[in-house]
Design a protein. Sequence first.
Length: 211
Amino acid sequence: MPANIQNLLLCLEEMKRTYLTDPTIAVRGQGFINLLHDYCVEELVSIGVPREKIFKEATVFGSHKPKDVDIAVIDEVNGPFIIVGIRSQMSSVGKNILTYYEEIIGDCISLHDRFPMAVICYIYLLPTKPIKPGKSEEMVDLARAEQLFRLITNRGDWRNTKDKYEHFAFLKVDFTQDPPALLDTIPQLRIDEFFDKIKDTYNERNFFKPI
């Protein structure tokens, strides 16, 4: 079942309201991004993941230290099966995106080292133009971001590559519109089939206990 885009658009609308009320509190207090976390949880439930096995802001072991992950599907005996990282940048995108890009690749490697068969995925949200009141910034280079993300998705054989995510979704959002508009991206990064791909990859690796 494709992702519920109507619910995502409603989520983006609420995210915009939350952000414009007070950008600093919305970002630092996690109120802004938590709305996207909640959307992701509901989509995981819709593909058959038991709600009681989904944990938000979980701490799991990486290869060298514990890692705080945004959403994890965890079995009480066998550990994490699915991990989804979620990030947004609403300002200073040009200055920070390469730093964050390097960081999420490092997280990916660390988690794959520890849990090589886990389905580790990522959702990254960028605005077409920053909307923080009183702050003027250039348009975001979404094409560049798209090409960066394309390089670290569609991890194939779990025995080999560790620096790629199983699946990666790129949300290009025009928050200047009311309601916000979700722009198209390349097929590998679309949110539409993101959760179905998570399910398919999980089932391929755990055919004895599918979801």
